[in-house]
Design a binder for this molecule. Structure first.
Ligand SMILES: CC(=O)N[C@H]1[C@@H](OP(=O)(O)OP(=O)(O)OC[C@H]2O[C@@H](n3ccc(=O)[nH]c3=O)[C@H](O)[C@@H]2O)O[C@H](CO)[C@@H](O)[C@@H]1O
Ligand SMILES: C=C(OP(=O)(O)O)C(=O)O
Length: 477
């Protein structure tokens, strides 16, 4: 990953038609890289996409002394886990500076406690879709026996007590994906048994468990979503192929509906997308599952004039409708004939992106009530976490600033669906979750011009020692 698009001019109104290739999951690959830190031997990860979240974790593990080699074309990443305390201490400032670009750094704490005996609680980045607390993570680490060595304005440092980290019994008030991964990545090397109740069981979690099991871990997944981990003394490296990114696959499917197009997503896997495919079909979308991927088609491609239908659904933990799918699908719902309702129950503030859609002409009302579903955790808390989308409404081009990864993709497909010209800035955020974005848009026939590019933020450890905001370079015709 070197240069990302940062500014685009988009001429909307052209249906996206063609094929894109979706590789490994953004929500598994960086975690599998963190798991490799436990290994006594190097690991090989396959189907690795060229994403900034992968680059961020590459830089972070190298700042701790590990070594990463990545063949972008082959999608093969090898990680030599030989981290050491001296290197980590020397790079402590860059590690802290650099942590705030994704959700992953907090997951490095467990492996680093086991290998280096100490770890700092990092700043975190990620989509701005709610408070995104880490209280479950901190409670779990304390349960394993981690001790706060320092807690001041520079941050919190944990250390391992003399007796080491021990298995614990942990109950999650909410099946948090990150907290489940925290317990997995810490419990596998803790002494004794760890019992995690109310765990998340997303496909990416199951894939991470497969990675850990290949390394030598002993992990049970019970029918009541309790995970039991028997700590082991040693874990070795793994050879693993990541599951495909169901969130990117669903994003392109929504783009096909929003623009009236027809997109074959090579690599899409039906079994991880059941809840999405049901709603896609209820909207009148057509899909065809093949061994190589899934073809997503707007009904008007088959029946001229056919319109999308409104739907009512809520997001939830797996196997419910994945929250990362809702934003791109909301763009398609602006083109459905009638009123749709979306109840977002995972994040309290995931409808901020609709402001730009309303600026483009969409009819969306965001409400504080739990609309269209049973009362959720956010009932009566004043969060705008339900949306009523009435359509079809013609969208017109606008000047847009990308707010975050998934909201940004939604803005771009809205601009592609709109009539007229849109100028979109902050597009570099898209690289967190969509590799080869420019090539994909081109292959789908999108009418756009790149106005500026930006280098990735991630200086290699042997390059600039401070994370600098790279210059935005205007593209000359
Ligand atoms: C890098 C990655 O894998 N990101 C995914 C991960 O994010 P992430 O792991 O951050 O998501 P969580 O499942 O932890 O967060 C969901 C909700 O859990 C609650 N919570 C979580 C942790 C905690 O310590 N305290 C707490 O209260 C919050 O209400 C939060 O809104 O899972 C989310 C839910 O599937 C996805 O949207 C993200 O794409
Ligand atoms: C919320 C998302 O990602 P992250 O947790 O990395 O912010 C997402 O992928 O939609």
């Amino acid at each position: 990953m070197t240069e990302n698009i940062s500014k685009l001019r988009i001429e909307g109104g052209t249906p996206l038609v063609g094929e894109v290739h979706v590789r490994g999951a953004k929500n598994l690959v960086p975690k599998a890289m963190v798991a490799a830190l436990h290994g006594s031997t190097p690991s090989t990860l396959r189907n690795v996409p060229d994403l900034s979240d992968v680059e961020i974790v590459t830089t972070l593990v190298e700042l701790h002394g590990a070594k990463v080699d990545y063949d972008r074309d082959a999608g093969v990443l090898t990680l030599n886990p030989a981290q050491d305390a001296t290197t980590a201490a020397k790079n402590a400032e860059e590690i802290q500076l650099f942590g705030g670009n994704s959700r992953i750094p907090i997951l490095m704490v467990g492996p680093l406690l086991h290998t280096l005996g100490t770890a700092r609680i990092p700043n975190l980045g990620g989509c701005k879709i709610g408070d995104r607390p880490i209280d479950y993570h901190m409670a779990a680490l304390r349960k394993f026996g981690a001790v706060v060595e320092k807690d001041d304005e520079t941050g919190t440092t944990l250390i391992v007590p003399e007796e080491g980290l021990k298995g614990a019994e942990i109950v999650l008030n909410y099946p948090s994906v990150g907290a489940t991964e925290q317990v997995l990545l810490t419990g596998v090397r803790a002494k004794g048994k760890t019992i995690l109740r109310n765990a998340a069981i997303e496909p990416e979690i199951i894939d991470l468990i497969a990675v850990l099991q290949k390394m030598g871990a002993i992990i049970f997944i019970n029918e009541d979503r309790t995970i039991v981990i028997e700590g082991v003394d040693e874990l070795t490296g793994y050879d693993h192929t990541s599951l495909p990114d169901r969130n990117e696959s669903a994003s392109w499917a929504s783009a096909a509906l929003a623009t009236g197009g027809d997109i074959f997503v090579r690599g899409a896997d039906q079994k991880d997308m059941t809840a999405f495919l049901n709603q896609f079909r209820k909207m009148g979308g057509l899909y065809e599952v093949t061994a190589e991927g899934i073809r997503f088609t707007h009904p008007a491609q088959h029946t001229p004039g056919a319109q999308l239908k409104p739907i009512v659904f809520e997001t939830n933990v797996h196997p419910g409708f994945m929250t990362d799918w809702q934003q791109p699908l909301v763009v398609a719902l602006t083109q459905a004939k009638g009123a749709s309702i979306v109840h977002e129950t995972v994040y309290e503030e995931r409808f901020g992106f609709t402001n730009a859609l309303k600026q483009m002409g969409a009819d969306i009302v965001v409400m504080r009530d739990c609309v269209g579903g049973a009362p959720c955790r956010f009932e009566g808390k004043g969060y705008g976490h339900s949306a009523i989308i009435s359509g079809p409404t013609p969208l017109t081009g606008a000047d847009i600033e990308v707010p975050d990864l998934r909201g940004g993709f939604s803005h771009i497909i809205a601009a592609l669906a709109a009539k007229g010209t849109s100028h979109v800035s902050g597009v570099e955020l898209i690289a967190r979750g969509y590799e080869n974005f420019e090539e994909k848009l081109k292959s789908l026939g999108a009418n756009f011009e790149v106005l500026a590019r930006k280098a990735s933020k991630a200086p290699k450890p042997d390059a600039a020692i401070v994370v600098v905001e790279p210059e935005e370079v205007e593209v000359q015709d």
